[in-house]
Design a protein around this ligand. Structure first.
Ligand code: CTP
Length: 399
């Protein structure tokens, strides 16, 4: 019995066929069982023997398919695949699948599989931009097929534009990520995860407010990660420019008060609550219903304390796992530990906001996860997506 993960690679004809060899060799290094189906035109660019040698499996092509073997093979490969990658994907194979045509080994197997199918298109720019191809891509995306966008550059035909097969590493990383997500896709099944993200606004008058530099990225990645692990996710989001991931319940808020209410409404039913929002601690003492006019005098505004939402949640906590963030510029551990205790948290994710290439607005973060039992996990600088994953790894490990 073969317990290895299986990636089925459909290779359709085009000058980029040889790059599929690099994809196979990268996946083989990860101990993945790679199966290859080549269309007849793909075999004109590189021989099946090259694919067979690298994948260490028989390559299925239409040329040699006998009717009987064909029937069995396309069903068994369709079932065996954990991920189905079509690379390079031509306009032809995309068009066939989008329109339900299955007249060769590759299109038949794609039609029969329940595995995640990822297309990595490669073709001439004009072909790629043709509305028919674009319509087919949109249609397939709607049905849950995934596309790895082709890159721009000089194409084999001499044209310059979009249509080059995406970078091999990008393709391999995405395949590995999908396999990895499959492993963890049931970890939080049936659990309700509540997350807050982004800044809040303290309104001064109808046109003015104060806020902070939070972009919401960290919280959105946490929401995506919770979803990938099978949770029912509610994301309470302050104003951001991020498109919310699909399949999660998003509640948009602007002020501290609105965020507090949305969090309290959902708190009781939640199993894990992660508060990554950068909430304004103060609000204008007197909100002006009319726009404040300028005068010759200095302008003095008074701000008063607003809700500490996380503290309120900590006071109402029953069985929820409660996680806060601590944005610190000095005495990181000490300040974070104080917050953990004062707000009755289970974990606090502390980060140093003085570092230029991590924290607010950047793609990366360097954090320390502190648990209420005193464990301190020092993480290297990594993408916010990876930080999101580490947070759940820590919570799940300790449950
Ligand atoms: N938080 C909150 N409500 C506030 C302020 C913060 O819910 N009014 C939450 C944040 O979402 C975060 C944690 O509390 O999870 C810590 O936020 P941070 O801004 O680091 O700390 P503060 O408690 O505001 O303390 P200070 O600003 O003095 O460092």
């Amino acid at each position: 019995m073969n317990n290895k993960k299986c990636v089925c690679i459909g290779v359709s004809g085009g000058i980029a066929v040889y790059k599929a060899l690099d994809i196979i060799s990268a996946l083989k290094k990860k101990d993945i069982d790679v199966r290859v189906i080549m269309t007849e035109s793909a075999t004109k660019f590189v021989t099946p023997l090259s694919f067979q040698s690298l994948s260490q499996n028989m390559v299925v092509t239409d040329m040699f398919a006998e009717p009987k073997a064909f029937e069995i093979q396309h069903i068994s490969l369709a079932k065996r695949a954990d991920v189905f990658l079509v690379a390079p994907a031509t306009a032809n194979i995309i068009g066939k699948v989008a329109n339900g045509i299955s007249d060769d080994m590759l299109s038949t197997t794609i039609m029969a599989t329940r595995a995640k199918v990822i297309f990595a298109p490669a073709m001439n720019t004009n072909m790629y931009e043709n509305m028919i191809v674009q319509d087919n891509i949109e249609k397939l995306k709607k049905y849950g097929y995934e596309f790895i966008e082709p890159a721009s550059g000089r194409l084999a035909c001499g044209d310059i534009g979009t249509g080059k097969l995406a970078d091999v590493n990008t393709i391999v990383e995405r395949v590995l990520e999908v396999l990895n997500n499959q492993d963890k896709s049931k970890e939080l099944q049936g659990k309700n995860v509540l997350i807050s993200a982004g800044p809040t606004h303290s309104k001064i008058d109808p046109v003015r407010f104060i806020t902070n530099r939070s972009t919401g990225k960290m919280g959105y990645y946490i929401a995506e990660e919770a979803k990938a692990r099978g949770a029912n996710v509610t994301l309470v989001s302050g104003p951001t420019n991020i498109n919310p991931p699909t399949g999660i319940n998003v509640i948009n808020v602007t002020t501290n008060e609105e965020m507090k209410n949305a969090m309290l409404d959902n708190f009781k039913n939640s199993d894990i609550v992660i508060k990554s929002a950068a909430v304004a601690d103060y609000k204008a003492k007197n909100y002006s219903n009319e726009k404040i006019k300028k005068s010759e005098e200095d302008l003095v505004l008074t701000f008063v304390r607003d809700n500490d939402i996380l503290k309120i949640l900590g006071e109402q906590k029953n069985n929820q796992v409660l996680v806060g963030f601590a944005a610190e510029s000095n005495n990181i551990i000490e300040n974070a530990k104080n917050k953990l205790q004062k707000k009755n948290l289970d974990y606090i994710v502390a980060n140093d906001i003085t570092s230029a290439d991590t924290g607010f607005g950047s793609e990366d973060n360097k954090v320390i996860i502190i648990s209420k039992d005193g464990e301190e996990i020092y993480l290297d600088k990594m993408s916010k997506k990876e930080v999101a994953s580490k947070i759940f790894e820590t919570i799940l490990r300790k449950r």
